[in-house]
Design a protein around this ligand. Structure first.
Ligand code: UD1
Length: 431
């Protein structure tokens, strides 16, 4: 098993370039199979979740060519509309293939999704969307099956704002007959990016980024070349890592507007943040202050940045409160932070954080993707050595994570937990 070993205490400094947004890429890759023409997608992050989704579309007959951060996809030879592979259950966004294949072939079956274990993750709103478009939806033998003779546009009011349900229904509705209106739609940047990509393929989607999306069905989609937006979560993670390490980092290839909720909190607790057209600089010195944070749908504070925020507040002055309102079980990493000396009490969906002067290095284990990144941030701040196990979670969503950290001066290395020689070598090197 691979693990990160981190020697804490060094401020991060220099420049880091943010990769394409994994969560947008997942929707866009699924959408790419909806045309028989070739699609080229640029700025695709090389991360595990993307590799798995590409493998899934290859397995059903799509042609996939991956070079550097570009992927060429041709879905004209798709031979099966059933996506049921062991590995596909590991990624939550595999369900986007349901909307994409249902739209294109009126028929799809996809293994029920897995993904990060951060609480119960129902798919009732996806099903509501497909049924409203005239599809029958069944769950049988671990598969969600959707089929219809003809998808027909509909007026759909989602019960809650869901990124997944909005994108999935939008995918199917693009090729439905007539007009679809999605109300209470999710407004997250990746909903907009998937809509822009679909429009570049000839779809007719208006209003993405607001809570009402209007889609006029078209009879077919065509090829396109498209570049994915920068990853707001990776950018946010480096912003918080810069502040936590009392560093000074220029984070390049970002859309500052997507980072406003993080910028506002960093400024509030005393960090310096400077915005440029497509870059952001975060600088901190000394101990930061306390605050209250509640995770919300966009443009509120993103739930995927909650563990990184809590970790930063664990060493800030005073008492902070972090409330998680999107996923019910997203504080599992707190036990790991406690092993490093943090003082955090979790009561239902709220963490009460008494900032301590310092964390101390310990062996910890990443419980999920974003919490894994947060534990690396904790390691950067801690005195001595921290070992973060289960790095495969982190690699699901962060491209070249330890390499980018190393470029900023962090003492971090990825080693096999059995490789005692490499572990010893790293420890000797960094002292
Ligand atoms: C996406 C992101 C994830 C992020 C989340 C919230 C991807 C691949 N993942 O996840 O990183 O944390 O948005 O910004 O883009 N819900 C229902 N019924 C449904 C669907 C969702 O009740 O049918 C609930 C969920 O339990 C959750 C809330 O709605 O409480 C938001 O979930 P949703 O926006 O759908 O998250 P995902 O698309 O799974």
């Amino acid at each position: 098993m691979e693990q990160y070993i981190i020697k804490g205490g060094k401020p991060l400094s220099g420049e880091v370039t943010i990769s394409g947004y994994k969560n947008a890429a997942l929707g866009i890759i699924a959408a790419a199979v909806m045309t028989d023409e070739t699609v080229i997608i640029n700025n695709v992050p090389k991360v595990k979740d993307i590799e798995l989704l590409l493998k899934a579309i290859e397995d059903i007959g799509a042609k996939v060519e991956y070079s550097k951060n570009s992927v060429k996809i041709n879905g004209s030879n798709i031979s099966s509309v059933s996506v049921d592979f062991d590995y596909i259950r590991k990624i939550r966004a595999s369900y986007y293939l349901l909307g994409a294949l249902l739209g294109k072939y009126n028929n799809a079956a996809v293994a029920l999704p897995g993904g990060c274990n951060i609480g119960s993750r129902p798919i009732d709103q996806h099903i509501k969307g497909f049924e409203a478009l005239g599809s029958e939806v069944k769950i049988e033998h671990g598969l969600i099956k959707a089929n219809t003779d003809q998808l027909t546009g509909a007026h759909i009011y989602f019960d809650g704002s869901s990124v997944g349900a909005t994108i999935n229904t939008m995918l199917a509705a693009c090729l439905a007959e007539g007009q679809t209106t999605l109300e209470n739609a999710a407004k997250e940047p990746h909903v907009v990016d998937v809509a822009n990509f679909l429009n570049s393929m000839g779809a007719n989607i208006k209003g993405a980024g607001t809570d009402v999306i209007r889609i006029k069905g078209v009879s077919k989609l065509h090829g396109s070349e498209y570049s994915i937006i920068p990853d707001q979560i990776e950018a946010g993670t480096f912003m918080f890592a810069a502040a936590a390490s009392k560093g000074d980092v220029l984070i390049k290839n970002v859309i500052p507007k997507h980072l406003e909720a993080f910028t506002a909190k960093l400024l509030e607790i005393g960090a310096e943040v400077e915005e440029f057209d497509d870059a952001i600089r975060v600088k901190a010195s000394g101990r930061l202050g306390n605050t209250h944070v509640k995770t919300l749908v966009y443009p509120g504070f993103l739930t995927d940045m909650q563990p990184q925020m809590t970790t930063l507040l664990a060493v800030s002055k005073g008492t902070s409160i972090v409330t998680e309102s999107i996923f019910e079980n997203r504080f599992k990493y707190v036990d790991e932070l406690s092993r490093m000396g943090a003082s955090i009490k979790v009561e239902s969906n709220t963490a009460i954080i008494d900032g301590v002067e310092r964390l101390t290095g310990a062996a910890v284990s990443a419980p999920d993707l974003r919490a894994g990144a947060a534990l690396v941030i904790a390691g950067l701040m801690a005195e001595g050595f921290t070992t973060v196990e289960n790095v495969e979670y982190i690699e699901r969503g962060y491209e070249f994570f330890e390499y980018k950290m190393q470029q900023l001066g962090a003492d971090i290395v990825k080693v096999d937990s059995e490789d005692t020689k490499a572990i010893k070598k790293f420890k000797l090197k960094v002292g």
